[in-house]
Design a protein around this ligand. Structure first.
Ligand code: SAH
Length: 263
């Protein structure tokens, strides 16, 4: 609905609002237009379902203990300053706060942010939620975080490398940065799109676009160009028979990358 409304407005005004108001080069991180309005509208329209553990975001609920564990093992969370980029309704954000971190969650979709704020009021956690892009936040708080997490978000932005650079700018020297996304190869297409969206219906059809998937080699290169060092890559697999996710060496479909900023 929201996406259709957006398209209609665009047609009526005859102005392509997806284009930056000024050339991207006028912006320090080239980020003025690094937001896909249709993606934001999609997440806005799904916002009310965010915390239903059996609903549209069920996979995020199911993988959360695994990714939280992995992050905590690589970078202990207690008393750390963490920023969660593209936090959505706050599934990972809240779990990191519960583990003792001081967390800021940023997102560009108002619906999920509103849901996140309501949910934290219910659980009594203390999280700062902000409507911001990674790039804008990096200008405000460069080097101020011990840990930066950016999970399941890069495959929804026009220029993910710019987000990676912003994450590198947000973390302090020797701090940790985590990304997760979907790999781009025929197996990922079959499992993540055909399997997850159409056969198993784990997520709504249209959640992901294959061409926006990211190969580990690409993510590694973007991290390196941003001055980060790759520490580890780990895969996240789904077993449709057991209906269970697990972490392991298979990075063909879903994977996480852990980077560090040099001292
Ligand atoms: N990271 C969360 C949510 C993933 S869903 C988790 O893993 O649990 C992807 C989120 O990224 C959505 O909430 C969407 O609104 C947000 N997003 C998409 N493009 C964005 C952008 N350019 N800047 C900030 N957030 C963005």
């Amino acid at each position: 609905m929201a996406a259709a409304h957006f398209r209609e407005n665009r047609a009526l005004n005859g102005i392509d609002v997806t284009k930056p108001a000024q050339p991207a080069s006028h912006h320090p991180h080239g980020a003025a237009d690094n937001v896909d309005a249709a993606e934001i509208a999609k997440f806005d329209s799904l916002a009310s379902r965010w915390w239903d553990p059996t609903g549209d975001f069920r996979p995020l609920h199911e993988i959360n203990p695994l990714r939280l564990d992995y992050i905590g093992q690589c970078a202990p969370l207690r008393d750390r300053k963490v920023v969660d980029i593209g936090c959505g309704g706050g599934i990972l954000t809240e779990s990191m706060a519960a583990a003792g971190a001081h967390v800021t969650g940023i997102d560009m979709a108002d619906g999920p942010l509103a849901v996140a704020r309501l949910h934290q009021a219910e659980t009594g956690s203390d999280i700062e939620y902000l409507h911001a892009t990674a790039e804008a936040h990096a200008e405000e708080r460069p080097g101020q975080y011990d840990i930066v997490t950016c999970l399941e978000m890069l495959e929804h932005v026009p220029r993910p490398a710019t987000v990676v650079a912003a994450c590198a700018a947000l973390v302090r020297p020797a701090g940790d940065v985590f990304f997760s996304t979907l790999n781009r190869n025929p197996k990922a297409f079959v499992l993540a799109i055909i399997g997850a969206e159409y056969l198993l219906r784990l997520v709504p059809a249209g959640t992901h676009e294959y061409r926006k998937f990211i190969r580990p080699s690409e993510l590694e290169a973007w991290g390196r160009h941003a001055g980060l060092e790759l520490r580890a890559t780990i895969g996240l697999q789904y077993n449709p028979l057991l209906r269970r996710y697990s972490l392991g060496p298979d990075i063909d479909v879903n994977y996480l990358m852990h980077f560090q900023r040099p001292k």
